[in-house]
Design a binder for this molecule. Structure first.
Ligand code: PEP
Ligand code: MN
Length: 340
């Protein structure tokens, strides 16, 4: 349920509504927009005599929120959220590109990729230090050593950094070295991990589960926010369908659907969704055209020898061509995007 205050409601009126709700043992969530102030209510509504609430000074109306996710809900927070990540941000005014290898392999490899992606316009360096691979015999990541390389490559090139975490121990390590943590598709409904991510203090990129509906995805985001961490970014990375020509099916309609339901930023991952480097540029452009706030793209210095996801990784040249093609698109739709 939300309480919508009248335009220009007095601060004392807002305070008295807040304390009335809290006195009944419910939580409040205040959203002060340019025009209207909204008070979101979380908790057992049966404890709250709402009929009294309507007669409070400056209350305009009370609207029920039927969806199970509240804090992630646009009704609670109509203005789009901007999430700060290191020295950059993800939100409605710019296009944020996260790029880098699937897995951190060596210090030299990461440093040279970081330099290249920075030059082509990326502001966040991605790289897996914990790799949840389909086969237990595949490369599983350098763990803490990989996180250290991420920190060094980020610092050296003025890039923020993001790494996937797969356990509480990985979160405890990641917070020492990187600017953002990622919850991967396979862990989207690992509720214990989501709660830990919510308590980590770092912004969280939440990828869509392979078979998750948009509602399930938003409920997963709610787990993180409910722990006191509002800095959640959603990443559409393709879902399982009957189609086998691509690794997954990139559900770009999720972008406008999410825009309608949540205030959280939304980015797209054309690499893990298509699984093939040649489909990455067209899907990246389509994602930007339909309103994504950013992209996550795998880039490798030598895709043929990559320890993971080589077939979907862009070379430096292909990545550079893509970002130079994205620039005029951003200018057209009014999103800031700078290539240094
Ligand atoms: C990744 O980004 O490296 C990754 C494993 O992605 P996903 O969880 O989307 O498969
Ligand atoms: Mn990968």
């Amino acid at each position: 349920m939300i309480v919508i205050m009248k335009p220009n409601a007095a601060p004392q009126s807002v305070d008295s509504v807040l304390s009335y709700i809290e006195k009944h043992g419910l939580q409040t969530h205040l959203s002060r927009g340019e025009e209207v102030t909204i008070i979101g209510i979380v908790g057992d509504k049966t404890k709250l005599p709402t009929e009294n609430l309507v007669s409070f000074k400056d209350v305009d109306r009370i609207v029920p929120v039927t969806e199970s996710y509240k804090l992630a809900n646009k009704k609670f927070h109509p203005e789009p959220t901007t999430v700060r990540v290191g020295n950059t941000h993800i939100g409605p005014d710019n296009l944020t590109i996260m790029a880098g290898p699937c897995a951190v392999e060596t210090e030299e490899q990461l440093m040279c990729i970081a330099r290249a992606v920075k030059k082509s316009g990326a502001t966040i360096l991605r790289g897996g230090a914990y790799k949840p691979r389909t086969s237990p015999y595949s490369f599983q990541g350098l763990e803490t050593v990989g996180l250290r390389y991420m920190q060094e490559a980020g610092k050296e090139n003025g890039l923020a950094t993001i790494c996937e975490v797969v356990s509480q121990e990985a979160i405890e390590e990641a917070v020492k070295y990187v600017d953002m943590i990622q919850i991967g598709a396979r862990n989207m409904q690992n509720f214990i991990l989501l709660k830990e991510a919510g308590r980590s203090g770092l912004p969280v990129l939440l990828k869509r589960g392979l078979c998750a509906t948009i509602d399930e995805w938003l409920n997963a985001a709610e787990y993180i926010i409910a722990e006191g961490n509002p800095n959640v970014v959603l990443c559409e990375r393709g879902i399982r369908t009957y189609e086998t020509s691509t690794r997954n099916t990139l559900d770009l309609s999720a972008v406008p659907v999410l825009r309608e339901r949540t205030h959280l930023p939304v980015i797209a991952d054309p690499s893990h969704s298509t699984g093939a480097y040649k489909y990455v540029p067209p899907m990246a452009k389509a994602a930007v055209a339909c309103g994504a706030d950013g992209l996550m793209i795998e880039v490798h210095n030598n895709p043929a020898c990559a320890l993971s996801d080589g077939p979907q990784s862009l070379t430096f040249e292909k990545f550079d061509r893509l970002t130079s093609e994205l620039k005029p698109l951003c200018d057209l739709i009014g999103r800031e995007f700078t290539i240094c």
